[in-house]
Ligand binder design. Structure first.
Ligand code: SAH
Length: 365
């Protein structure tokens, strides 16, 4: 048993079963044993790979998107560029390099990162020093927001803890993490149904309540509606709400049991984009999307950017570029192009944001 598994078992013996959100929060964020707190999980040798780690084009297109939004906002003399959960800092580095194309933007912006992991903060510091940027770090989203702000979050919402409920004949009962007869972590159900939930659903349906993700989107929506700016969320999940258990654990690029390796496997959930959009609207912002990652990147000029880079590349480099770009937009149930969605919350007086016109460019070989 891992140190965290032992600590969780002790906690359950003392306080009773844990909610799924508490389990998730401890697995990812426990100060000593939490998954993100003790290591850098990215890349081919790590547990998973994200879009910015696959292709530089991803961050470059988003950097140009942010720059054009700054212009549409009236080119404020000072703007915060905020990233939530920046990982290795790769996306921000690629964004800033591309954003140099727009005179004035680099001078106007200050970089703010919301990151809980000391290991990853250090990694981000090194990555951004290479492009001459000293970011400001924050523990919480509200601390990072001030004045006109552009927020970017790639694969952040999927790491925020949620609660799960299961439809039983008596009503919705919360799914909890307790111990089996041998003292191992095991799922169970709360003794009493939760009468505050009135959603109708077939027997055994799983209802997920992503309170932290909804609050994150709402906080940014409230801020940009009041003080100007936009928030961009990219993640995997459905465009329409549904029932189902989406909690998953990943280790070395393979799925593992979600209770088997607390703190040693990444834990994520699928993001319900319909509910995130509702949260943005309810908080007073304009909402754009959700678009598929494929449509979004193609509309931002993925193909043109790829061709421009390829012209300056060796044949091997061009091949690697082509493979990376293709991975970002591939279709199919496990590929990124359609599984990943893009949602923006924005101040209300901006026109339709670039990338959300759902314009599909003709496919090119
Ligand atoms: N955006 C990056 C990394 C995604 S992994 C990329 O695309 O490569 C999730 C990131 O969010 C990590 O940096 C992790 O440490 C951070 N994170 C997860 N939960 C967090 C929380 N509650 N508060 C702040 N940062 C968090």
């Amino acid at each position: 048993m891992s140190l965290l598994a032992q600590e969780l078992a002790e906690l359950i013996r003392q306080e009773g079963p844990l909610s799924v959100s508490r389990y998730m929060a401890l697995c990812l964020g426990h100060p000593r044993h939490g998954y993100y707190m003790k290591q850098d999980p990215f890349g081919a040798d790590g547990d998973f790979t994200t879009a910015p780690e696959i292709s530089q084009v991803f961050g470059e297109l988003i950097g140009l998107w942010a720059a054009s939004l700054w212009q549409a906002m009236g080119a404020p003399a000072s703007v915060r560029l905020v990233e939530l959960g920046p990982g290795r800092g790769t996306l921000m580095q690629d964004m800033l390099r591309a954003a140099r194309a727009l005179p004035g933007f680099r001078e106007a912006l200050s970089v703010h990162l919301v990151e809980m992991s000391p290991v990853l903060r250090e990694r981000q510091r090194v990555t951004l020093a290479a492009v001459g940027v000293e970011p400001h770090w924050h523990d919480r989203i509200d601390q990072a927001l001030d004045g006109p702000t552009i927020v970017i979050a790639n694969e952040f919402l999927d790491a925020l803890p949620l609660d799960q409920f299961i439809r039983t004949p008596e009503g919705w009962r919360e799914r909890l993490v307790g111990l089996d007869d041998e003292g191992r972590l095991a799922f169970g159900l709360a003794g009493e149904p939760d009468n505050s939930l009135s959603v109708a659903a077939p027997a055994s349906s799983v209802l997920e309540q992503p309170a932290a993700a909804l609050e994150a989107v709402a906080a940014i929506a409230r801020h940009v509606a009041a003080e100007g700016g936009v928030g961009l969320f990219i993640d995997y999940g459905p465009a329409r709400s549904g029932f189902g258990d989406t909690l998953q654990a990943l280790k070395r690029h393979a799925f593992v049991d979600v209770l088997a390796e607390p703190g040693d496997a990444d834990l994520t959930v699928h993001v319900d984009f319909a509910r995130m959009a509702q949260a943005g609207l309810a908080a007073g912002a304009a909402v754009h999307g959700a678009a598929t990652q494929r449509d979004f990147l193609l509309a931002l000029g993925l193909q043109q950017r790829f061709e421009a880079l390829s012209r300056r590349a060796t044949p091997e480099q061009a091949q690697t570029l082509a493979e990376g770009v293709q991975r970002l937009i591939d279709t199919g149930p496990t590929a990124m192009g359609e599984l990943f969605k893009v949602l923006a919350v924005a101040e209300r007086n901006l026109p339709l944001l670039p990338g959300f016109d759902l314009h599909r460019l003709p496919e090119q070989g």
